[in-house]
Design a protein. Structure first.
Length: 351
């Protein structure tokens, strides 16, 4: 009887230890923790002090134009989208020092402005690094701490924010370019009605929406602060990367220096931009099959390799553990990059 009880107790203890030794318990717990941290981050960004952030940005912009306002201490003005807590300020300040030390603060700031994202470079860096580390940790836990899934998670965590930023940037620039002919038509009509150039820009801000409204609104604020209107509009062209709008600003400069009929010039430029946009859409429609083929041909080997690395690691292990496999892997990556660049050059038709 005693031996039976000891056997039952041992079996129960072994079952309990086996239960807690299962990896899915750790996976579920860590996943819940990760989701909770992401939720807290989103809530902190949504419930941040919007008025304080707006006033802080306005004071910083005013200080750049030499107004009588005192310089703003960014540490006291709030930490942007992450709120005003001490932890958020400390994290953002640390990331800000890293960004400035690595000399890509200005480049990242320009990209964030072009994409229309209300984030500072330090805040974007925190989100980027946090997502990369979080996805790597999740992949390690879900796939029994294998290195290949961890590398896949790290790669996705690094590339996904960059892809999102590029998508937002390209989408906003395309929206600006698509609405530019109608905007020039509106400015020309306002000038023909007797408005000044600043009043015409104000009309664009009130009547338009999206990237056109925000960018022209920023140019209008800069012009009212004393910046020449041509320079303010030229800044819009630089942020949006629009060569067409650079030509428009050049026409405005020439008209202000030597005179001329700016209304007629804007009408002609608007008609030219409409014709170019129509031709551009036609070219994109004709090259759609080639662009889709390029995406499939480049993405298929990557997706297949990621699938086997996650679910059939033994199948591709010789590719990384043998000399012949490593040589084939390096050669295939080089050929894939060369083929992708070649296909991009073929389907990219400049109009």
């Amino acid at each position: 009887m005693t031996s039976v009880l000891l056997a039952v107790d041992y079996q129960t203890a072994d079952t309990g230890s086996a239960f807690w030794s299962h990896s899915w318990v750790l996976v579920v717990g860590t996943t819940i923790l990760f989701v909770g941290l992401v939720t807290l981050l989103v809530l902190a960004m949504l419930t941040a002090d919007t008025d304080g952030r707006r006033n802080g940005r306005l004071r910083r912009r005013l200080s750049k134009y030499g107004t009588t306002a005192a310089p703003v201490d960014t540490a006291k003005a709030g930490s942007g989208s992450f709120g005003n807590s001490a932890v958020a300020r400390s994290a953002v300040d640390f990331a800000d020092r890293v960004v400035q030390k690595r000399d890509f603060d200005s480049v990242l700031a320009k990209r964030l402005e072009s994409a229309g994202l209300p984030l500072k470079p330090a805040e974007w860096l925190l989100i980027h690094v946090g997502l990369a580390i979080g996805l790597t940790l999740v992949m390690l836990l879900f796939f029994d701490f294998r290195p290949v899934p961890a590398l896949i998670g790290l790669g996705v965590g690094v590339l996904l924010p960059l892809a999102y930023l590029t998508h937002k940037e390209v989408r906003r620039k395309n929206q600006f370019a698509d609405n530019l002919p109608d905007t020039l038509q509106l400015i020309a009509g306002s000038l023909a009605a007797g408005y000044s150039l600043l009043q015409a820009v104000d009309t664009v801000v009130r009547e338009s929406e999206g990237a056109i409204s925000s960018e022209f609104g920023r140019a209008l604020v800069e012009a009212r602060l004393g910046v020449p209107v041509e320079d303010a509009l030229d800044s819009v062209a630089l942020r949006m990367g629009s060569q067409d709008f650079e030509w428009v600003v050049m026409a405005i400069r020439i008209q202000r220096e030597v005179g001329g009929n700016l209304t007629e010039v804007l009408h002609n430029v608007s008609a030219t931009l409409r014709d170019r946009a129509r031709l551009h859409r036609q070219v994109r429609a004709l090259s759609a099959e080639g662009r889709l083929s390029a995406v499939i041909l480049v993405g298929l080997p990557i997706l297949v390799g990621a699938f086997f690395g996650l679910f059939r690691p033994d199948y591709i292990r010789p590719l990384f553990t043998t000399a012949v496999g490593l040589a084939m892997f390096v050669l295939s990556v080089g050929l894939l990059i060369a083929g992708g660049l070649w296909l991009r050059k073929i389907v990219d038709v400049e109009v």
